[in-house]
Design a protein around this ligand. Sequence first.
Ligand code: FDA
Ligand code: NAD
Length: 449
Amino acid sequence: MASEKHFKYVILGGGVAAVRIRREGVRQAGRPARGARHHLQGVRTSLYLPARRMASVAPYERPALSKGYLFPQNAARLPGFHTCVGSGGEKLLPEWYTEKGIELILSTEIVKADLASKTLTSAAGATFTYETLLIATGSSTIKLTDFGVQGAESNNILYLREIDDADKLVAAMQAKKDGKAVVVGGGYIGLELSAALKINNFDVTMVYPEPWCMPRLFTAGIAHFYEGYYASKGINIVKGTVASGFDADANGDVSVVKLKDGRVLDADIVIVGVGGRPLTGLFKGQVEEDKGGLKTDTFFETSVAGVYAIGDVATFPMKLYNEPRRVEHVDHARKSAEQAVKAIKAKESGESVAEYDYLPYFYSRSFDVAWQFYGENVGETVLFGDNDPAVAKPKFGTYWVKDGKVIGVFLEGGSADENQAIAKVARAQPPVADVEALGKEGLDFATKI
Ligand code: FDA
Ligand code: NAD
């Protein structure tokens, strides 16, 4: 007979946000008495990871997969990057969960959620009932097979979301040593993976449809630096077209990428990074949705009382910009989880919690370059510093100015203090009278605030 279990709190998902919930719950509840299975005010809680495409490992820092995990030497490996090391916290090994009385249920995919009866059902038919549910299912990867791209099911056309995807990539890099790689997509995955493949001595070509890379954040001036820098590392960039089909060899391994503009590229490995989709399907028709995510209030509670959504799946009121937003980044995954725990505990004790006041923060690094961005990338832009890709020590940035105020700042090559300074500017939104003068003043404008 399929098993049935009841928990006061169930956390669905085992990613960055879910684990922060666990750690925050433990921190706020205080250390439980030895042997007690008590968290989030003394109740058993549970954490689920799906069997689908997933190794049975405790939660880890997903950003490591596109960076240190792919280094040819001294690569990051578990247990080195279990959560919460990415934010300077203690490393949560499987023992941590046991010690804290948290039931960590691995290799279990929830295939049905019935919010009315407060019941989750796994692929194996086990049921889990709860009093409070925290949805932290994150995102899935958009696949070229989703659009019926011809030949997209060939071997070595790879994606990156989970650790077993990263293992497949590492195995493919070993099997196709010093070969040709085509990277489809010019966003985060495209830029970070092109660099990783180049460092592993692949002949790399990037393909993306837009006029410049990372168009959802970068201006033409910012992209000018990274495209030139990547070219100087030997990466070929093909813009303004998409992969429209693939040929495979007799083993079924991808051998050719056909582009929509008629060009063809030889390939031993193809990496696809064409975006993600929040995993909200289990809750369709049961909770209110907005902007592709599960709509929450400032405490991350959804339209169904006692059901919270955090991380990539949550569309929450962004106080700073006074509108609902969904954010697919690790910093928000951590902070939304902390806010939800505070709110749950406050509700139980009758206390109040301040509204979530998030400042958007994005970052990336590849080769020897690293950037950070804070705030909002709308309005007029002002480039400062030298964005020449040939410069020895790159340091440049961009301010976004709207309604006479600086509302967003990008900085490549900033020190810790300088990055803190740009965060402060994006939060404070100082007025600027003369945009041209702001460009001339450059980073000094931020550091003196
Ligand atoms: P996350 O995706 O981390 O976790 C979701 C969990 O839910 C997974 O364990 C999943 O398997 C599970 N799940 C889903 N459906 C389920 C079901 N039906 N049953 C059971 N379990 C289910 N961000 C950033 O700010 N800086 C960076 O450098 C990077 N780098 C980066 C690299 C790579 C390769 C990826 C894929 C992503 C990043 N990100 C990033 C984005 C960041 O990792 C992401 O925004 C957070 O992990 C989101 O955290 P969540 O907890 O919301 O989802
Ligand atoms: P993305 O949205 O950053 O970029 C997708 C890119 O693919 C865009 O440039 C888009 O125009 C392009 N594209 C779309 N369709 C295409 C097609 N048919 N052919 C070629 N290009 C196409 O998404 P991603 O890079 O796939 O990243 C997935 C997720 O992982 C996101 O949530 C992202 O935030 C996260 N991630 C973040 C980091 C980081 O923050 N440093 C690093 C890696 C991944």
